[in-house]
Design a protein around this ligand. Sequence first.
Ligand SMILES: [Zn+2]
Length: 102
Amino acid sequence: MHPIDLAAFWPGYEVVACRQSTHDTLLISLEPQAERLPICSRWAKPNPLIHEQHIRQVRDRDLQDQRVLLQLPVRRVDCLYCGRVSERIDWLAPASRLPRKA
Ligand SMILES: [Zn+2]
């Protein structure tokens, strides 16, 4: 068991795997919680029409002496209002491809 509740760092997601990628890098795989619908990044409303998803890898804040890489599916949705857009993930800053600091 990890002493830290990892899931608390990434709201709406759960940790499905956590493994040592290199001696100083942790690779953490996240999956969206089942009840969490993707949210349109423009309209900010939950959207059930998932078009596709791709796995994105982002660097997160270090955890003690470990670099942290996150792997998570980012979904594209067919929004009724905006068309095809990426979902919004609140803790993930789209520009930098790095999570915002809490
Ligand atoms: Zn929309």
